[in-house]
Design a protein around this ligand. Sequence first.
Ligand code: DON
Length: 563
Amino acid sequence: MLRLLFLLVFNLLFFQPVAILPAQTGPGVTARNGMVVSAHPDASRAGVEILRKGGNAVDAAVAVQFALAVTFPVAGNIGGGGFMVYRQKDGKVSTLDYREKAPAAASATMYQDSAGNVVPGLSMNGHLAAGVPGSVDGMAEAHRKFGRLPWKDLVQPAIDLARHGVVLTQKEASGLNNNKENFTRYNTHLPYLVREQTWQKGDTLRHPALAATLERIRDRGREGFYAGETADMIVREMKTGNGIISHEDLKNYHSVWREPVTGQYRDYRVISMPPPSSGGVALLQLLTIIKPFDLSKSGWNTATTVHVMAEAERRVYADRAKHLGDPDFHRVPLAGLLSPDYLMSRMGSIDTGRATPSAAVQAGEFALRESDQTTHFSIVDRAGNAVSITTTLNGGYGAKVVVREAGFLLNNEMDDFSVKPGAPNMYGLVGGAANAIAPGKRMLSSMTPSILEKKGRLYMVVGTPGGSTIITSVFQTILNVVEHGMTMQEAVAAKRFHHQWLPDQILAENDALTPAVSAALEAKGHKIVYTPAIGRVDAILIRKKRKLEGGADPRGDDTAAGY
Ligand code: DON
């Protein structure tokens, strides 16, 4: 305590002002054999049970994905999509893209009126906002390739949770209560998530129709969702609410294995999600641009550090808006965006004394040389296999539409497309042709499930929800450990900030910056806007002697469970 006091006074007197100290100190939950960190205690427990039974990290991931669809309906899902980054114990890496797709009847102007104006909310709420879900196919495919335990054993825990019910936490009860009006407005029936009296912490929520859907998935695998009864239910639901997802769309949905994007940051190799996520590319760009600055010396959340990171972020998000989109439809100039020369020139344009107005920052030009809720979970098994999954309905409770007979929520992922060039989406992100809507195309994402190696060995599994702030939250969490020496738990709890080019502002969590740091940043020309919380990072660090440390974000009900 005395040492802390001394440091504070010393810093105040002799250095630029210290930032507010991290929100938590000390390590998180530790274990030797396996670790699951997810948004809900019941889902983390379901994952650890699978590990204990001899399942590998992919088996546990399947169980957690389905358990979250029951325990964490705000974002956990079978009606949405996601990305998995997988590193096997021998160092082989792969990624699975189970992102939603635009239905065949979608078009570039489907959310505009006849005068070409964006119809407010149309891509965000209701049946038309939903993309073709990818989660069930993704889990089936991950299991087919890497699973060890029988599929039915992995779906069963979710069925049990759905049948017996889940005890609501305060946050979940509030989420449901706050969306009562939305659920009523955007459904053609009154969904089971709504009841007359308000939900209270400690109430049990049962999901009987979802349990029956999960049983069909347990018994028939992907066909239990994309064909037969469940498909009929989805298509009937579409017809009642002006939606366009068809039997053909469901039948044609397939997840895709993609090569990860990888890069080196000091001693660490970063393995992350390629397009259609912008996350991996942007993360690698950020790390490369800031590499020449000694952030460990300039210190955590000081004006110098925040300025350099925000300036890198504004440049990277300008590239994102122009160049990133579904690689199956748009040629992403990956090599150009990640080329050291290009990134050095981006770095060189940073003025350490002044903010560069976003209006003066444009995306790079490349010759084409080459063809308000999500959730993340991190898993490491006994053998050292690691899974990093971010999965989403997009906004909280997605399109707010429950498939009546099947008991699950549909995503509103279509809003992640650029519905009109330059028109901001719900996260304020802009885009153009690269991310325009086309039938069968995947919408651009910011999700950044990532894995780090240190000197060839598994070191960190990390990711978060948070829309456009995902990339910068992962960026900060990595730097918190690597540059600022935090434990995993400290790193996920530490206060965060974010810049995304447009709007031209630093978004900071309350208490992320001291008044003196804010003043110093404003003097450099930054505008700062405050917000209660950014992201919910769930991560695992492999400490010395193979000790696994879980970092569970205190901003939510997130829980680390190990054995
Ligand atoms: O894929 C994306 O980038 C968004 N749909 C993620 C949404 C999200 O993280 C919402 N969470 N708070």
